[in-house]
Design a protein around this ligand. Structure first.
Ligand SMILES: Cc1cc2nc3c(=O)[nH]c(=O)nc-3n(C[C@H](O)[C@H](O)[C@H](O)COP(=O)(O)OP(=O)(O)OC[C@H]3O[C@@H](n4cnc5c(N)ncnc54)[C@H](O)[C@@H]3O)c2cc1C
Length: 542
């Protein structure tokens, strides 16, 4: 069985759905997504989308704030595109029925850390859910979009799958679609396309604590790398300083809910296991220091004391005020057995967002002809070494539009090779009866990434991690070759490759900058231009 389409899109978050809506105006789209269509990082985004919508705000302000956050590594042209094309995208979301929160009949624009102006549009504190709802509704009405749920992309199809073309160099590769696994039947289907968009989101599940849902297993990064696409800046992982730590192992979920920055803004105090307030040892701004500083301080306290979490304390505030300001957090914690009005909240930093990924140009084109990457899986250069809050949903919209524009212009010229592409061949493989290898592998990877490749790094820790990941990689590849594929095996293979890429990028960067902090090079190396570092820190499979 196979599908043939103009454009294959992998992923149904904001990037995949918005790309599909735009492309359906001129071509047929098959969109595959590995779970139900709404399950994505997008669905969990709370804060909102940044854009210049107040007449007193300026593009120059938003550009400047983004460049400051990016710590010298942003691509200035991409930032300008992001900021200038942003307002039009917000208006389009409104046109398709997204219900953003209003105040006195106008968009309620709020401010977040690092922004010099009120420019965050939001739908209460469930912005992602509302955007995802509106996009799914719109996409479902288009006769040109076929959404196939519970279907997991395994690998991209390029020359290396086609007899007679395997010998061609990576530099001349095209992408002609993907092999996908139908979860229910276990069948692997070939989907061929003229253009393919990776919109597979993030990587949080590589770590023990993450705010990302279970779908965030880094599949897109690993598929692109295996296919030979250029990758970069994978070391820049944003850790949210305060996610809820569930002390009860029985009710532990695979991802943690956020205890938002606003709780520290409200007067929340961070305390270690002895009840001591510790932030003043690290920064004069104490709890209100930037995210990366707070995350590092918490990490240091935990590592020094051998603790698994610290506490956030709001018990000195009035009960009614706490409940009024934080109804969701109060209810979620109560659900886990913690009454935040009279108990400390156990918190831990959690992997939240990755700034690097598949290198793309200003039209979201990867280094492989016909392969585009949009959203969190891509590296457009807008985030540099650190993402400004609420710029990621905006990036997905702006660069999805640009991918659609480019595909519209060039689709007729993309070469097709449908007939020569072989079906999936799993002859000689066996059904797995060793699933313990998967659960153990996932646990081992998360533990070593959290211990050695977390918030504070060093050459020694990275080299330890590198050796262990190599071993895991070879074991999983061996198992993969002899086994009929299934979802958790594919995901573990991708998690291990993603971990490998993060370590590789971290070892390449001989400085501390933005989200990457290493004890061996504790300061930024300003002797290199951003262009130099970009060349040094991007790579592809040889
Ligand atoms: C808790 C939380 C809060 C956040 N808050 C904000 C915020 O306020 N503002 C902001 O700008 N950003 C925020 N972010 C970041 C933002 O939500 C993400 O960067 C953004 O949603 C990514 O969108 P995406 O479409 O690229 O990926 P996702 O929304 O993650 O979508 C990826 C899709 O790909 C599918 N997929 C993955 N692998 C495969 C595969 N192999 N085969 C088939 N399908 C696959 C997934 O199932 C999913 O449908 C937040 C993130 C989190 C986790």
């Amino acid at each position: 069985m196979f599908y043939k389409t103009d454009v294959l899109i992998i992923g149904s978050g904001i990037a995949g759905l918005y790309s599909a809506i735009k492309i359906s105006e001129f071509a047929d789209v098959v969109l595959v997504t590995k779970k139900e269509k709404s399950e994505s990082n997008t669905n969990y985004a709370q804060g909102g989308i940044a854009s210049v919508l107040d007449p007193n705000d300026t593009f120059a302000n938003h550009i400047k704030d983004t460049l400051i956050a990016g710590a010298g590594l942003c691509d200035e042209k991409s930032v300008e595109i992001l900021v200038k094309e942003g307002p039009g995208k917000i208006n389009e979301l409104i046109d398709i029925g997204t219900g953003f929160t209003l105040k006195d009949g106008k968009l309620d624009l709020v401010r977040e850390g690092g922004h010099s102006f009120n420019r965050i549009v939001h739908a209460k504190d469930l912005t992602g859910k509302e955007v995802e709802r509106a996009l799914i509704e719109k996409a479902s009405k288009s006769p040109n979009i076929r959404i196939i749920e519970n279907t997991l992309a395994i690998d991209l199809i390029t020359e290396h799958n086609v007899t007679g073309l395997k010998h061609l160099p990576i530099s001349s590769r095209h992408c002609w679609g993907a092999y996908v696994l139908e979860n229910e039947s276990g069948h692997v289907i070939k989907v061929t396309s003229r253009a393919t968009i990776l919109a597979t989101g993030g990587i949080g599940q590589v770590y023990y604590h993450t705010t990302n849902p279970p779908i965030a297993t880094g599949d897109g990064f690993a598929m692109a790398y295996r296919a030979g696409a250029k990758m970069g800046n994978m070391e820049f992982i944003q850790f949210h300083p305060t996610s809820f730590y569930d002390p009860n192992p029985k009710s532990k979920s695979s991802h943690s809910f956020l205890i938002s920055e606003a709780v520290r803004g409200f007067g929340g105090i961070l305390r270690n296991s002895s009840g001591e307030a510790f932030m003043e040892k690290y920064d004069v701004r104490k709890e209100l220091a930037p995210r990366d500083i707070v995350a590092r301080a918490i990490d240091t306290e935990m590592k020094k004391r051998g603790d698994e979490y610290v506490f956030l304390d709001v018990t000195h505030k009035h009960k009614a005020e706490i409940i009024d300001h934080f109804p969701h957090i109060h209810a979620n914690c109560l659900n886990k057995g913690i009454d935040i009005t009279n108990e400390f909240i156990p918190v831990v930093p959690a992997a939240h967002y990755i700034c690097g990924g598949v290198c793309v140009d200003e039209f979201s084109r990867s280094s492989l002809t016909g392969l585009y990457a949009v959203g969190e899986v891509s590296m457009t250069g807008v985030h540099g070494a650190n993402r400004l809050a609420s710029n990621s949903l905006l990036e997905a919209l702006v660069f999805a539009q640009r991918a659609a524009d480019d595909i519209k212009k060039n689709i007729k010229d993309f070469p097709v090779c449908h007939e020569e592409i072989p079906d999936w061949d799993d002859s000689g493989t066996l059904s797995a009866d060793e699933k313990v290898l998967i659960t153990h592998g996932v646990r081992e990877l998360k533990q070593l990434m959290s211990d050695y490749v977390g918030i504070v790094r060093s050459n020694l820790r990275l080299e330890f991690a590198s050796r262990r990941i190599n071993l895991l990689y070879h074991e999983i590849e061996e198992f993969y070759k002899i086994t009929k594929v299934f979802d958790s095996l594919i995901e573990l293979r991708n998690l291990v490759t993603s971990g490998y890429l993060i370590v590789k990028s971290a070892l390449l960067r001989k400085e501390s900058r933005g989200l990457h902090y290493t004890l061996d090079y504790p300061t930024p190396d300003d002797s290199k231009t951003p262009e130099d570092t970009l060349i040094q820190n991007t790579y592809q499979k040889s």
